[in-house]
Design a protein around this ligand. Structure first.
Ligand SMILES: *[C@@H]1O[C@H](CO)[C@@H](O)[C@H](O)[C@H]1NC(C)=O
Length: 390
Protein backbone atom coordinates (compact mmCIF):
# COMPACT_ATOMS: atom_id res chain seq x y z
CA UNK A 1 0.00 0.00 0.00
CA UNK A 2 1.47 3.33 -0.97
CA UNK A 3 0.86 6.66 0.62
CA UNK A 4 -1.65 8.51 -1.55
CA UNK A 5 0.47 11.65 -1.38
CA UNK A 6 3.46 9.95 -2.93
CA UNK A 7 1.49 8.34 -5.76
CA UNK A 8 -0.40 11.40 -6.98
CA UNK A 9 2.32 12.66 -9.33
CA UNK A 10 2.25 9.44 -11.34
CA UNK A 11 -1.50 8.75 -11.43
CA UNK A 12 -2.95 11.89 -12.94
CA UNK A 13 -5.57 10.46 -15.27
CA UNK A 14 -9.12 10.38 -14.01
CA UNK A 15 -11.26 7.36 -14.63
CA UNK A 16 -13.26 9.17 -17.30
CA UNK A 17 -10.22 10.52 -19.11
CA UNK A 18 -8.71 7.03 -19.20
CA UNK A 19 -11.93 5.73 -20.70
CA UNK A 20 -12.07 8.36 -23.40
CA UNK A 21 -8.40 7.85 -24.23
CA UNK A 22 -9.04 4.16 -24.63
CA UNK A 23 -12.08 4.41 -26.83
CA UNK A 24 -11.63 7.73 -28.58
CA UNK A 25 -15.13 8.74 -27.51
CA UNK A 26 -16.37 10.41 -24.36
CA UNK A 27 -16.95 7.99 -21.53
CA UNK A 28 -20.67 8.82 -21.34
CA UNK A 29 -21.20 7.63 -24.91
CA UNK A 30 -20.07 4.07 -24.30
CA UNK A 31 -23.17 1.96 -24.82
CA UNK A 32 -23.78 -0.89 -22.40
CA UNK A 33 -22.82 -4.14 -24.01
CA UNK A 34 -23.38 -7.74 -23.11
CA UNK A 35 -20.75 -9.79 -24.88
CA UNK A 36 -21.33 -13.28 -26.22
CA UNK A 37 -20.34 -16.13 -23.89
CA UNK A 38 -16.69 -17.17 -24.35
CA UNK A 39 -15.91 -14.24 -26.65
CA UNK A 40 -13.18 -11.60 -26.41
CA UNK A 41 -14.17 -8.24 -24.93
CA UNK A 42 -12.84 -5.30 -22.95
CA UNK A 43 -14.19 -3.29 -20.04
CA UNK A 44 -17.27 -5.47 -19.57
CA UNK A 45 -19.19 -4.25 -16.52
CA UNK A 46 -19.42 -6.72 -13.63
CA UNK A 47 -20.69 -4.45 -10.86
CA UNK A 48 -21.58 -0.77 -10.45
CA UNK A 49 -21.84 0.46 -6.85
CA UNK A 50 -24.88 2.34 -5.62
CA UNK A 51 -24.65 6.11 -5.15
CA UNK A 52 -24.29 5.78 -1.38
CA UNK A 53 -20.99 3.86 -1.62
CA UNK A 54 -18.09 5.49 0.26
CA UNK A 55 -14.30 5.86 -0.08
CA UNK A 56 -13.00 4.26 -3.30
CA UNK A 57 -16.40 2.52 -3.76
CA UNK A 58 -14.65 -0.45 -5.40
CA UNK A 59 -10.96 -1.18 -5.87
CA UNK A 60 -8.39 -4.00 -5.91
CA UNK A 61 -10.04 -6.87 -7.84
CA UNK A 62 -8.90 -10.48 -7.60
CA UNK A 63 -10.09 -13.28 -9.89
CA UNK A 64 -9.93 -17.05 -9.66
CA UNK A 65 -10.95 -19.72 -12.15
CA UNK A 66 -12.16 -23.03 -10.71
CA UNK A 67 -11.50 -26.39 -12.37
CA UNK A 68 -14.99 -26.48 -13.94
CA UNK A 69 -14.34 -23.15 -15.70
CA UNK A 70 -16.32 -21.01 -13.25
CA UNK A 71 -14.81 -17.55 -12.75
CA UNK A 72 -14.92 -15.89 -9.33
CA UNK A 73 -14.16 -12.22 -8.74
CA UNK A 74 -13.74 -10.35 -5.46
CA UNK A 75 -12.68 -6.81 -4.61
CA UNK A 76 -12.57 -4.23 -1.82
CA UNK A 77 -16.14 -3.02 -1.50
CA UNK A 78 -17.30 0.16 0.28
CA UNK A 79 -21.07 0.17 0.88
CA UNK A 80 -22.33 2.14 3.85
CA UNK A 81 -22.25 0.18 7.15
CA UNK A 82 -23.92 -1.71 8.74
CA UNK A 83 -23.70 -4.55 7.83
CA UNK A 84 -19.97 -4.91 8.59
CA UNK A 85 -17.68 -4.66 5.58
CA UNK A 86 -17.20 -7.98 3.76
CA UNK A 87 -15.62 -9.31 0.59
CA UNK A 88 -18.17 -9.81 -2.20
CA UNK A 89 -17.61 -12.65 -4.64
CA UNK A 90 -19.33 -12.50 -8.01
CA UNK A 91 -19.45 -15.46 -10.37
CA UNK A 92 -19.45 -16.04 -14.13
CA UNK A 93 -20.16 -19.37 -15.82
CA UNK A 94 -19.87 -18.03 -19.40
CA UNK A 95 -16.27 -16.87 -19.71
CA UNK A 96 -16.81 -13.53 -18.00
CA UNK A 97 -19.62 -12.33 -20.29
CA UNK A 98 -22.23 -12.13 -17.51
CA UNK A 99 -21.82 -12.07 -13.74
CA UNK A 100 -24.05 -12.68 -10.74
CA UNK A 101 -23.80 -11.85 -7.04
CA UNK A 102 -22.61 -15.19 -5.59
CA UNK A 103 -21.57 -14.89 -1.93
CA UNK A 104 -20.31 -12.42 0.67
CA UNK A 105 -17.36 -13.58 2.76
CA UNK A 106 -17.87 -12.14 6.24
CA UNK A 107 -15.60 -11.79 9.27
CA UNK A 108 -16.04 -14.87 11.50
CA UNK A 109 -13.12 -14.17 13.82
CA UNK A 110 -12.81 -10.56 14.97
CA UNK A 111 -16.17 -8.82 14.74
CA UNK A 112 -14.41 -6.11 12.72
CA UNK A 113 -15.27 -6.78 9.07
CA UNK A 114 -13.21 -7.83 6.08
CA UNK A 115 -12.07 -4.63 4.42
CA UNK A 116 -8.83 -4.67 2.47
CA UNK A 117 -7.15 -6.66 -0.28
CA UNK A 118 -8.90 -9.98 -0.80
CA UNK A 119 -6.81 -12.65 -2.53
CA UNK A 120 -8.28 -15.88 -3.93
CA UNK A 121 -6.10 -18.98 -4.34
CA UNK A 122 -6.86 -22.55 -5.40
CA UNK A 123 -5.04 -25.15 -3.31
CA UNK A 124 -3.08 -27.26 -5.85
CA UNK A 125 -2.67 -30.23 -3.45
CA UNK A 126 -4.12 -31.68 -0.26
CA UNK A 127 -2.79 -29.50 2.52
CA UNK A 128 -3.46 -28.62 6.15
CA UNK A 129 -6.54 -30.83 6.37
CA UNK A 130 -8.06 -29.42 3.16
CA UNK A 131 -8.27 -31.20 -0.18
CA UNK A 132 -6.81 -30.07 -3.49
CA UNK A 133 -9.23 -27.62 -5.10
CA UNK A 134 -10.13 -25.94 -1.82
CA UNK A 135 -10.35 -22.18 -2.32
CA UNK A 136 -8.33 -20.07 0.09
CA UNK A 137 -9.10 -16.42 0.68
CA UNK A 138 -6.64 -14.14 2.44
CA UNK A 139 -7.37 -10.52 3.28
CA UNK A 140 -7.13 -7.79 5.88
CA UNK A 141 -9.65 -7.76 8.72
CA UNK A 142 -9.85 -4.54 10.71
CA UNK A 143 -12.39 -2.42 12.55
CA UNK A 144 -13.88 0.69 10.97
CA UNK A 145 -11.65 2.90 13.12
CA UNK A 146 -8.54 1.24 11.57
CA UNK A 147 -7.05 0.80 15.06
CA UNK A 148 -5.53 -2.69 14.49
CA UNK A 149 -5.71 -5.49 11.94
CA UNK A 150 -5.26 -9.19 11.25
CA UNK A 151 -4.18 -10.74 7.99
CA UNK A 152 -6.70 -13.60 8.11
CA UNK A 153 -7.17 -16.79 6.12
CA UNK A 154 -10.50 -18.37 5.11
CA UNK A 155 -11.31 -21.54 3.14
CA UNK A 156 -14.17 -22.87 1.03
CA UNK A 157 -14.50 -26.60 0.29
CA UNK A 158 -17.69 -26.16 -1.79
CA UNK A 159 -16.46 -24.04 -4.71
CA UNK A 160 -17.06 -20.79 -2.87
CA UNK A 161 -20.64 -21.29 -1.66
CA UNK A 162 -19.65 -21.23 2.01
CA UNK A 163 -16.56 -20.12 3.91
CA UNK A 164 -14.89 -20.88 7.20
CA UNK A 165 -12.21 -19.08 9.15
CA UNK A 166 -8.90 -21.00 9.05
CA UNK A 167 -6.36 -18.94 11.02
CA UNK A 168 -4.84 -15.60 11.87
CA UNK A 169 -1.64 -15.18 9.84
CA UNK A 170 -0.07 -11.84 10.77
CA UNK A 171 -1.14 -9.25 13.37
CA UNK A 172 -0.79 -5.51 12.77
CA UNK A 173 -0.84 -3.45 16.00
CA UNK A 174 -1.95 -0.51 13.88
CA UNK A 175 -3.17 1.97 13.16
CA UNK A 176 -3.88 0.38 9.77
CA UNK A 177 -2.98 3.44 7.70
CA UNK A 178 -0.18 4.30 5.28
CA UNK A 179 1.40 6.85 7.64
CA UNK A 180 5.05 5.88 8.13
CA UNK A 181 5.53 4.53 11.64
CA UNK A 182 2.00 3.13 11.93
CA UNK A 183 2.26 -0.64 12.30
CA UNK A 184 0.10 -1.75 9.37
CA UNK A 185 0.12 -4.91 7.23
CA UNK A 186 -1.34 -5.11 3.72
CA UNK A 187 -1.84 -7.05 0.51
CA UNK A 188 -1.48 -10.80 1.05
CA UNK A 189 -0.40 -13.02 -1.83
CA UNK A 190 -0.39 -16.83 -1.59
CA UNK A 191 1.83 -19.48 -3.15
CA UNK A 192 2.32 -23.19 -2.43
CA UNK A 193 5.95 -24.28 -2.57
CA UNK A 194 7.64 -27.46 -1.35
CA UNK A 195 4.70 -28.53 0.82
CA UNK A 196 4.49 -25.12 2.47
CA UNK A 197 2.07 -22.26 1.89
CA UNK A 198 3.84 -18.91 1.58
CA UNK A 199 1.99 -15.71 2.47
CA UNK A 200 3.69 -12.60 1.12
CA UNK A 201 2.59 -9.21 2.47
CA UNK A 202 3.53 -5.55 2.85
CA UNK A 203 4.80 -4.77 6.34
CA UNK A 204 5.01 -1.42 8.18
CA UNK A 205 5.85 -2.94 11.57
CA UNK A 206 9.65 -2.81 11.38
CA UNK A 207 10.85 0.54 12.77
CA UNK A 208 13.84 0.40 10.41
CA UNK A 209 11.62 0.61 7.30
CA UNK A 210 8.58 2.73 6.46
CA UNK A 211 7.34 -0.38 4.63
CA UNK A 212 9.02 -3.57 3.49
CA UNK A 213 7.94 -6.83 1.86
CA UNK A 214 7.95 -9.97 4.00
CA UNK A 215 6.66 -13.51 3.96
CA UNK A 216 5.69 -16.19 6.44
CA UNK A 217 5.19 -19.91 5.76
CA UNK A 218 3.03 -22.66 7.22
CA UNK A 219 2.99 -26.46 6.97
CA UNK A 220 -0.48 -26.88 8.46
CA UNK A 221 -2.44 -23.63 7.75
CA UNK A 222 -2.59 -23.02 11.50
CA UNK A 223 0.87 -22.14 12.77
CA UNK A 224 3.02 -19.60 10.98
CA UNK A 225 6.77 -19.05 10.86
CA UNK A 226 8.58 -15.88 11.85
CA UNK A 227 8.64 -13.33 9.05
CA UNK A 228 11.45 -13.17 6.50
CA UNK A 229 12.31 -10.02 4.51
CA UNK A 230 11.93 -10.14 0.73
CA UNK A 231 12.46 -6.46 -0.14
CA UNK A 232 13.65 -3.90 2.40
CA UNK A 233 15.31 -0.66 1.34
CA UNK A 234 18.17 0.94 3.26
CA UNK A 235 16.46 4.34 3.00
CA UNK A 236 13.75 4.51 5.66
CA UNK A 237 11.08 6.33 3.60
CA UNK A 238 11.17 4.00 0.58
CA UNK A 239 8.10 1.79 0.47
CA UNK A 240 8.35 -1.44 -1.53
CA UNK A 241 4.82 -2.89 -1.56
CA UNK A 242 2.18 -5.06 -3.23
CA UNK A 243 4.16 -8.21 -3.99
CA UNK A 244 2.86 -10.79 -6.45
CA UNK A 245 4.83 -13.86 -7.51
CA UNK A 246 4.76 -16.14 -10.55
CA UNK A 247 6.50 -19.43 -11.30
CA UNK A 248 8.51 -19.36 -14.53
CA UNK A 249 7.82 -23.05 -15.16
CA UNK A 250 10.29 -23.54 -18.02
CA UNK A 251 13.29 -22.37 -16.00
CA UNK A 252 11.99 -23.39 -12.57
CA UNK A 253 12.67 -19.87 -11.30
CA UNK A 254 10.27 -17.42 -9.64
CA UNK A 255 9.56 -13.74 -10.34
CA UNK A 256 8.27 -11.26 -7.79
CA UNK A 257 6.97 -7.87 -8.94
CA UNK A 258 6.26 -5.08 -6.48
CA UNK A 259 5.78 -1.37 -6.41
CA UNK A 260 8.68 0.75 -5.36
CA UNK A 261 7.53 4.05 -3.90
CA UNK A 262 10.17 6.65 -3.22
CA UNK A 263 9.32 9.57 -1.02
CA UNK A 264 8.60 12.60 -3.22
CA UNK A 265 8.83 10.84 -6.57
CA UNK A 266 5.94 8.38 -6.73
CA UNK A 267 5.79 4.67 -7.43
CA UNK A 268 7.36 2.55 -10.15
CA UNK A 269 7.36 -1.21 -10.59
CA UNK A 270 10.35 -3.38 -9.74
CA UNK A 271 11.08 -7.10 -9.88
CA UNK A 272 13.31 -9.81 -8.49
CA UNK A 273 14.01 -13.28 -9.91
CA UNK A 274 15.12 -16.13 -7.64
CA UNK A 275 15.60 -19.90 -7.79
CA UNK A 276 13.27 -20.31 -4.81
CA UNK A 277 10.23 -18.20 -3.86
CA UNK A 278 11.62 -18.24 -0.31
CA UNK A 279 14.84 -16.50 -1.36
CA UNK A 280 13.84 -13.18 -2.90
CA UNK A 281 15.60 -11.40 -0.04
CA UNK A 282 19.02 -11.82 -1.59
CA UNK A 283 17.93 -11.31 -5.23
CA UNK A 284 18.68 -8.15 -7.18
CA UNK A 285 16.13 -5.31 -6.98
CA UNK A 286 15.54 -4.32 -10.62
CA UNK A 287 13.32 -1.66 -12.20
CA UNK A 288 10.74 -2.49 -14.89
CA UNK A 289 10.82 -0.13 -17.88
CA UNK A 290 9.92 -0.69 -21.54
CA UNK A 291 11.60 1.91 -23.74
CA UNK A 292 11.97 4.01 -20.60
CA UNK A 293 8.22 3.85 -19.85
CA UNK A 294 7.16 2.66 -16.40
CA UNK A 295 4.04 0.57 -15.82
CA UNK A 296 3.60 2.52 -12.55
CA UNK A 297 2.76 1.23 -9.10
CA UNK A 298 0.50 -1.58 -7.84
CA UNK A 299 1.89 -4.17 -10.26
CA UNK A 300 0.64 -7.73 -10.82
CA UNK A 301 2.57 -10.56 -12.53
CA UNK A 302 1.73 -13.95 -14.07
CA UNK A 303 3.52 -16.48 -16.26
CA UNK A 304 2.17 -18.68 -19.06
CA UNK A 305 3.24 -20.50 -22.18
CA UNK A 306 3.92 -18.17 -25.11
CA UNK A 307 1.26 -18.86 -27.75
CA UNK A 308 3.56 -17.72 -30.57
CA UNK A 309 5.79 -20.76 -30.06
CA UNK A 310 9.04 -18.91 -29.41
CA UNK A 311 10.16 -21.75 -27.17
CA UNK A 312 10.06 -19.37 -24.24
CA UNK A 313 7.20 -18.86 -21.88
CA UNK A 314 5.92 -15.34 -21.36
CA UNK A 315 5.97 -13.19 -18.24
CA UNK A 316 3.04 -10.77 -18.23
CA UNK A 317 2.75 -7.90 -15.75
CA UNK A 318 0.92 -4.59 -15.48
CA UNK A 319 0.84 -1.47 -13.30
CA UNK A 320 -1.59 1.32 -12.51
CA UNK A 321 -0.18 3.97 -14.83
CA UNK A 322 -0.52 2.14 -18.16
CA UNK A 323 -3.30 0.37 -20.02
CA UNK A 324 -0.77 -1.92 -21.74
CA UNK A 325 0.62 -5.09 -20.25
CA UNK A 326 4.41 -5.43 -20.05
CA UNK A 327 5.81 -8.75 -21.29
CA UNK A 328 9.16 -10.49 -21.11
CA UNK A 329 10.65 -13.87 -21.98
CA UNK A 330 11.57 -16.44 -19.34
CA UNK A 331 15.02 -14.93 -18.88
CA UNK A 332 13.30 -11.77 -17.51
CA UNK A 333 16.13 -9.66 -18.91
CA UNK A 334 16.05 -6.08 -17.63
CA UNK A 335 16.29 -4.69 -21.20
CA UNK A 336 13.69 -7.01 -22.72
CA UNK A 337 10.38 -5.68 -21.35
CA UNK A 338 7.89 -4.88 -24.14
CA UNK A 339 4.55 -3.07 -23.94
CA UNK A 340 1.51 -4.71 -25.53
CA UNK A 341 -1.84 -2.96 -25.88
CA UNK A 342 -4.71 -5.14 -24.70
CA UNK A 343 -7.49 -2.53 -24.94
CA UNK A 344 -8.35 -2.55 -21.25
CA UNK A 345 -8.55 0.47 -18.96
CA UNK A 346 -5.72 0.87 -16.48
CA UNK A 347 -6.53 0.37 -12.79
CA UNK A 348 -5.05 0.19 -9.33
CA UNK A 349 -3.70 -3.34 -8.92
CA UNK A 350 -5.33 -4.63 -12.12
CA UNK A 351 -5.50 -8.41 -11.76
CA UNK A 352 -4.23 -10.77 -14.47
CA UNK A 353 -5.15 -14.44 -14.88
CA UNK A 354 -4.76 -16.95 -17.71
CA UNK A 355 -8.13 -18.67 -18.02
CA UNK A 356 -9.44 -21.69 -19.89
CA UNK A 357 -12.10 -19.96 -22.02
CA UNK A 358 -14.12 -22.97 -23.15
CA UNK A 359 -10.91 -24.67 -24.36
CA UNK A 360 -8.98 -21.58 -25.47
CA UNK A 361 -6.23 -20.07 -23.34
CA UNK A 362 -7.07 -16.38 -22.79
CA UNK A 363 -5.87 -13.49 -20.65
CA UNK A 364 -8.47 -12.12 -18.24
CA UNK A 365 -7.91 -8.63 -16.83
CA UNK A 366 -9.95 -7.45 -13.85
CA UNK A 367 -10.27 -3.80 -12.97
CA UNK A 368 -12.08 -2.12 -10.05
CA UNK A 369 -10.94 1.45 -10.65
CA UNK A 370 -8.26 3.80 -9.46
CA UNK A 371 -7.13 5.31 -6.17
CA UNK A 372 -8.02 8.89 -7.04
CA UNK A 373 -9.96 11.57 -5.21
CA UNK A 374 -13.76 11.42 -5.75
CA UNK A 375 -13.37 8.00 -7.35
CA UNK A 376 -16.24 6.94 -9.59
CA UNK A 377 -15.01 3.36 -9.60
CA UNK A 378 -16.77 0.22 -10.71
CA UNK A 379 -15.74 -3.31 -11.65
CA UNK A 380 -15.03 -4.43 -15.22
CA UNK A 381 -13.29 -7.40 -16.84
CA UNK A 382 -11.64 -8.01 -20.19
CA UNK A 383 -10.89 -11.30 -21.92
CA UNK A 384 -8.31 -11.11 -24.72
CA UNK A 385 -5.78 -13.22 -26.60
CA UNK A 386 -2.67 -14.02 -24.62
CA UNK A 387 -0.12 -11.49 -25.89
CA UNK A 388 2.99 -12.90 -27.50
CA UNK A 389 6.59 -11.78 -27.52
CA UNK A 390 7.73 -9.69 -30.48
C1 LIG B 1 -23.91 -9.13 -0.14
O1 LIG B 1 -24.14 -8.00 0.67
C2 LIG B 1 -24.83 -6.94 0.02
C3 LIG B 1 -24.94 -5.79 1.00
O2 LIG B 1 -23.68 -5.17 1.12
C4 LIG B 1 -26.20 -7.41 -0.41
O3 LIG B 1 -26.84 -6.39 -1.15
C5 LIG B 1 -26.05 -8.64 -1.28
O4 LIG B 1 -27.33 -9.16 -1.59
C6 LIG B 1 -25.24 -9.71 -0.59
N1 LIG B 1 -25.00 -10.80 -1.53
C7 LIG B 1 -25.23 -12.06 -1.24
C8 LIG B 1 -24.95 -13.05 -2.32
O5 LIG B 1 -25.66 -12.43 -0.16
Amino acid sequence: MFSIISILPTVVLTWASIASLASGVPFENLAPRSPEPYSDFNNNVVFKPAADYTSWKTIYPRSLQLSDGTLLLSWEDYPPEPPLAHFPIWKSVDGGATWSDFVNVTDQANGWGLRYQPLLYLLPQDFGGYGAGTILLAGMSLPADLSEAWLDLYASTDSGSSWEFVSHVVYAPGPETVTNGNQAVWEPFLLMYDNQLIVYYSDQRDPAHAQKLSHVVTSDLKTWSDSIDDVADETYGTRPGMATVAHIETTGRYIMTYEYCVSGSGCGAHYKVADSPLEFGSAENTIILADNISPGGSPYVIWTEDPSGTGSGIIIMNGASREEVFVNSDAADVDAWEMVNVGQWAAYSRCLEIIDDNGASKLMLSNAGNMVADADNYVVVGVVDVPSLA
